[in-house]
Design a protein around this ligand. Sequence first.
Ligand code: R5P
Length: 299
Amino acid sequence: MTAGIWSFAESEAPAQRLAQALGFPHHCVALHRFPDGESLVSVAVGNHETAILYRSLDDPNIKIVELLLAASALRDNGAQRVVLVAPYLAYMRQDAAFHPGEAVSQRVIGQLLASHFDALVTVDPHLHRTGRLEDVVPGIPAIALSAAPALIAMLRHDLPADTVLVGPDGESRQWVSQVADGLGLDFLVGQKRRRGDHAVEIELPGIEKVAGRPALLIDDLISSGGTLRSCAALLRGAGAIRVEAAASHCLASASDLASLAEHGVARVRTADTVPGPTACAFVAPLIAAALRASELLQR
Ligand code: R5P
């Protein structure tokens, strides 16, 4: 079996890390955007039976279309199997119609990807009501990895031993407890009520334990940063001497990150599932190990 990895320019560094971990060649997908907004995608003609296409789906609306074009070009040029590695998978939060008339985005995007790819690998997909990633992409093998081992490896050497890990809500418990176990640290988990895209109300039962201690917020996703800002205010008010944050994915803009700093979050570090200034915990070794252990690279 011959295999190669293709990535778009913005994912070149993490895709090369994956190619190196697997010992596969890496190729760039060439992309041209026309003045009218259409995209022209082309792939180097490689003689690979299995093509691994690497792209995270932050800013998903344009990226998904270009991914489908790249998958088609790879098949036209000889790939018999096209595996999508999308370390951040978009549209997973809208897994139901929460108000009458809403589209169930998770189902639509999942079915679309399943009809164009032979397998999917992702990291910490936001699955809360849908139990398994296989149910999102019906009929193809799907692997959902956790970024927690990469976060633990990154945090292991520089957190004071009295740090309290803090999860904003019940959904974050799985990451907070895993990182706390891995580092032998104390943790607490809050409750969150979302009032709008940028408005959340947080309660942190047990917050009194952070007085005079550093706190590290842990979540799967930083989007606007509103959740972390609210938590940081509570932690500062309760006497935390320093507040930092770590997450699997960071979609926050430069101004959202600046606002977090202004609101007392001294440092934000995330896995490199989405390229950006906070991405410093590498998931390539985890993805490589999962691909090697799977049947996806077998003939
Ligand atoms: C929500 O369920 C997620 O786990 C994150 O807490 C949320 O997406 C963060 O969004 P924001 O940064 O906009 O508050």
